[in-house]
Design a protein around this ligand. Sequence first.
Ligand SMILES: [Mn+2]
Length: 310
Amino acid sequence: MFSDYIDGYVGNSGPVRAVPSLERLTPQEPARPERPPEPRRRYRTIWISDIHLGTRGCNADLLIDFLDSTGSDTLYLVGDIIDGWRLKRKFYWPAAHNDIVWRLLKRAKRGTRIVYIPGNHDEMFRQFTGLNFGGIEIRRAAFHDTADGRRLMVLHGDEFDAVMLSHRWLAFVGDTAYHLLMAANNWVNAARRTLGLPYWSLSKTAKHRVKNAVEFIGRYEEVVSRAAAERGLDGVVCGHIHTAEHRMIGPQGRQVEYWNDGDWVEGCNALVEHEDGRMEILDWPAEVAAREERLAATGAEADRAGVLAA
Ligand SMILES: [Mn+2]
């Protein structure tokens, strides 16, 4: 009764019913159940960036699949993890986006070292540089030593937009046009899924046909690499331009490695380091397609075996 509540609260003569007992609050489970932590593909290091949680463009399903399929000693979140720019305009937060945050926190709890380097879309977290949230370290940039002794600079990469005369890379498409293209990308892929077709990046295809975009990307890669060379490093890992890439850049004998870990809006890529220091860019939609083909093949074999046994 309302009057009981008031009595209990004001008169302090009875229990306050509106407040649940803390012991009865159970830990929240994700909407999509997590696959068991073993067996998973193990890496020394994983880099992912440009997830853009809070936007329709984010490929949450593929990322959840990636997170449930892999594990590493260290995980770098290389910026634009949450899209504060879009969220400020319109709140959008489906259960799948919570599930990603849940999985990241769980990973940290299980012992993965997680370093979060906020980007320009999640720059509101830059004010917490040096702090630690649930085991996730927030840094402005980081240095990574590979197993075979290379030293790499890790940063989001928007720092170089000002250096390049063309301002922000989105300038030539505009944030809204880009957002619409990303939404279209998801509709196309929802349709393709129903038809049983694999993931295909509409925006990636579109971008590579635009001459300006290609020139921009090339210039960006050079500017970032020069920064690493000037600091005497072996290379750089960044994100920001949504284009996964590995190139050796610079004059002969003084070349540095340029790595871009891609994004989870268009390409759905991750950069990984194996135990021996070897690095590679994973194309997750291709990995999923290969896995499904393998499953179909072994399924067919099992069927055949069943027929032969009968
Ligand atoms: Mn960015």
